[in-house]
Design a protein around this ligand. Structure first.
Ligand code: FMN
Length: 167
């Protein structure tokens, strides 16, 4: 059992888990000191608890953006809308001028929100948990708002859109 677990190839793990479709969420905050926005794309964002309202996502230990966001203790999550695949490409890149290349505005909490997104959730970091080569970020929801349109879907390394098959 243990032997078979240890022989799972990371690439195969990714390929199989890629069959689980996800939404595409930009986690973004302001850097303490400069006030410059920083952000990255996550596919692991989800609701965790209703009372209290909590969300969680996981971020790689190698992320360069998360260490810029976390000192402020808060961030916004923008659920990308279909058609925002270019925003996803920019925010999941390593370029340091990500927020010059996308349309964004500020939330009431002062967090950067992606304009035209499908929903926004403003959060306060509660704690971080061990998640192997990622950390699991648990956060309290402060404000949230639904936008227009439909969500962007990520499945097997490709972008798609939602299609309703029953009422
Ligand atoms: C659809 C999609 C989902 C992703 N999900 C995650 C995730 O859940 N956690 C994570 O750490 N990186 C995730 N990434 C990768 C980061 O967005 C990417 O590594 C980003 O460049 C982070 O780099 P930086 O923090 O150094 O800026 C995802 C990328 C894409 C395109």
């Amino acid at each position: 059992m243990t032997a078979s677990l240890s022989t799972i190839e990371p690439r195969y793990f990714r390929d199989v888990m890629g069959h689980l479709p996800t939404g595409v969420v930009v986690v973004a905050g302001r850097q303490v000191g400069t006030g410059e926005p920083a952000g990255l794309v996550v596919g692991t964002f989800q609701s965790l608890s209703l009372d209290p309202p909590l969300v969680n996502f996981s971020v790689a230990l190698t992320s360069t953006s998360w260490p810029k966001i976390r000192p402020a203790g808060r961030f916004s999550a923008s659920v990308l809308a279909s058609g925002q695949n270019d925003v996803c490409r920019v925010l999941s890149s390593k370029r340091d001028d990500k927020f010059r290349a996308v349309a964004w505005h500020e939330s009431a909490d002062g967090n950067p929100r992606i304009s035209g997104a499908h929903a926004w959730i403003d959060c306060e970091i509660r704690h971080e948990l061990d998640g192997g080569d990622h950390v699991i970020v648990v956060a309290d929801v402060r404000h949230l708002e639904a936008g227009e349109g439909e969500p962007l879907i990520f499945h097997r390394g490709r972008f798609g859109r939602y299609r309703e098959i029953s009422a």
